[in-house]
Design a protein. Structure first.
Length: 113
């Protein structure tokens, strides 16, 4: 059974930094396309970043230059380093394996102005 467990969220002031982690089990991970998504209060879930097995990366335009997605295949862990956080980055951040129906429970990120 595939499981995704996110951690690292919390409350931070605007301009601050935070690092999210997603530990994956039940899958090879190294061959998986992984992504981070977020859902702000009252809004639909939106895509944030993707990393492929060949380490190619794509970002939502509003986070490019501030966020960095990475993976550690040996630890089966996905990361999202978030710098220069803005109040509009507030939301529940979840990791996802493309092609699966599996999502983590999410971790809350709150950025105060």
């Amino acid at each position: 059974q595939v499981q995704l467990v996110e951690s690292g969220g919390g409350l931070v002031q605007a301009g601050g930094s935070m690092r999210l982690s997603c530990v994956v089990s039940g899958t090879a991970f190294s061959a998986d396309i992984m992504g981070w998504f977020r859902q702000a209060p009252g809004k639909q879930r939106e895509w944030v970043a993707t990393i492929k097995p060949d380490y190619s990366i794509a970002y939502k335009q509003s986070v490019e230059g501030r966020f960095t997605i990475s993976r550690d295949n040996a630890k089966k862990t996905l990361y999202l380093q978030m710098n220069d956080l803005k109040p509009e980055d507030t939301g529940i951040y979840s990791c996802h394996i493309y092609g699966s129906g599996t999502w983590g429970q999410g971790t809350q990120v709150t950025v105060s102005s």
